[in-house]
Design a protein around this ligand. Structure first.
Ligand SMILES: Cc1ncc(COP(=O)(O)O)c(C=O)c1O
Length: 471
């Protein structure tokens, strides 16, 4: 192509790089890059995606409207987008080892929550009954969350939910109680999948329960979809009718959702799912995101991704073993997947305090309810995932170091709580930001974490020397 001069008019800004066009946003990008580089990312629902995914996500596909499906759009100019979407669909089926005669996929959902709501819209009528794992037991908001006072999620506003639980003595899903309740409640959809459950799912048992009650079986594999693609978890596709997922957790893609559906059971299910996504729940698909999802799915089908996923599980187990060596209490005493749930109640600490303290030490994790918590406002545990650190090529030795940092964090929290002389979080924070012994130890921990983390590359940034030290 010939080089065309950039216009010197009102459109000049369309060609200016971010750093020049908007230094304020560039500065925030730089700060966030440095935050991700110098810290330890342990949030189980996050990951560090690849350069190629970010490039596709930031591509000119963002400009295009393409309401409808490949070959049947409401706008012209979609010949390239049609190819993109079909490629993404094929890669999705391939990544999850699916036969295109049995399974179809819609790759347009903007995210996990919208994918779930579109699936409900396709499968059932307003006010029909659904059953999903209780929020406080590790379930997700979109699986019917409600409290005594409030219908929290659209899934409880528009449908009638009844949760099932884990057995509080073991932390494992109580399938017997679920079966008994399902026989009484007769849900139209039985939902499995979770946001904070460290064990695998018994799909055969769930299928049996669904069949007794004529329910659809829907898996929301958002958290574990990378592990499912890598075949290091049980396969939900063997037993479920519909499988939804996000693409940005263990699957390590951009932020989006996918809905897989059986094509060989109900003749019209494919149309119902597609119509539910558009026009029922969404408008134009985000084609830049679909391009990035396609890139991630190609990566997820490689032997390297299987190695990555296998390493995630080894890494989580190593963290679990190290924490258990210190006599800490983990829900289910370990993990089969990418996360552990650490019950802090026996130590007299809350999840909020550890989250706060870890934030000050550049360790990012989140407070989480643990089964049996009395109040959702003060969850008794934290959730720790190894998936992002595994993307930084950290392995078992590094996980032992990470577990040691976590151990130090908890010991500092105990000392700070004592120094505060109260259990109030504001007193705790005052001590952490003060100049006493706990604050000194926390400062040292933060320095050690940063010295450790900055030895590892940050995905998406090929040359770490370009990372700006912003604070
Ligand atoms: C199991 C599960 N489903 C759905 C979602 C929602 O995804 P999103 O935040 O992309 O809407 C999450 C998010 O954490 C999740 O854990």
């Amino acid at each position: 192509m010939a080089s065309i001069p950039i216009p010197n008019d009102f459109n000049k800004c369309l060609y200016t790089p971010l750093a020049e066009a908007d230094p304020e946003i560039q500065a925030l990008v730089d700060r966030e890059t440095y935050r991700q580089f110098r810290g330890l990312e342990l949030i189980a629902s996050e990951n560090l995606t690849s350069l190629a995914v970010m490039q596709a996500n930031g591509s000119v596909f963002t400009n295009k409207y393409s309401e409808g499906l490949p070959g049947a759009r409401y706008y012209g100019g979609n010949e390239v987008v049609d190819e993109l979407e079909v490629l993404c669909q094929n890669r999705a089926l391939e990544a999850f080892h699916l036969d295109g005669a049995k399974w179809g996929v819609n790759v347009q959902p903007y995210s996990g929550s919208t994918a779930n709501f579109a699936a409900f819209t396709a499968l059932i009528q307003p006010q029909d009954r659904i059953m999903g794992l209780n929020l406080a037991d590790g379930g997700h908001l979109t699986h019917g969350a409600y409290t005594r006072k409030r219908k929290i999620s659209a899934s409880s506003i528009y449908f009638q939910p009844l949760p099932y639980q884990v057995d509080h003595s073991t932390g494992i899903i109580d399938y017997d109680a679920l079966e008994k309740n399902a026989i009484l409640f007769k849900p139209r959809i039985l939902i499995c999948g979770a946001s904070a459950y460290p064990r695998d799912w018994d799909y055969a048992r769930l299928r049996k329960i669904a069949d007794i009650n004529g329910s659809y079986l829907m898996m929301d594999m958002a958290h574990i979809s990378g592990l499912v693609a890598a075949q290091v978890q049980n396969d939900p596709f063997e037993h479920c009718d519909v499988v939804c997922t996000t693409t940005h957790k263990t699957l390590r893609g951009p932020r989006a959702g996918l809905i897989f559906f059986r094509k060989d059971k109900e003749a019209d299910l494919e149309k119902r799912i597609n119509d539910a996504v558009f026009p029922a729940c969404q408008g134009g698909p985000h084609n830049n995101t679909i391009a990035a999802v396609a890139v991630a799915l190609k990566q997820a089908a490689t032997p390297e991704f299987k190695e990555y996923s296998t390493q995630i599980i080894k890494n989580t187990r190593t963290i679990a073993e190290e924490l258990v060596k210190h006599d800490y209490k983990l829900q289910t005493e370990g993990s089969d997947n990418h996360l552990v749930l650490w019950d802090l109640r026996p130590l007299g600490l809350t999840g909020s305090k550890i989250e706060k303290l870890c934030d000050l030490a550049e360790i990012t994790l989140n407070k989480n309810s643990v089964p049996g918590d009395k109040s959702a406002a003060t969850p008794g545990g934290v959730r720790i995932g190894s998936n992002a650190l595994t993307s930084r090529s950290m392995k078992e030795d590094e996980m032992r170091q990470v577990a040691d940092f976590l151990h130090r964090a908890v010991q500092i929290a105990l000392a700070a709580q004592k120094e505060a002389g109260s259990k109030l979080i504001k007193d705790f924070e005052r001590v952490l930001k003060g100049d006493g012994e706990a604050a000194k130890q926390l400062k040292q921990l933060s320095e050690d974490v940063q010295a450790f983390a900055t030895k590892f590359p940050l995905p998406g940034v090929p040359d770490s020397s370009t990372i700006k030290k912003t604070h």
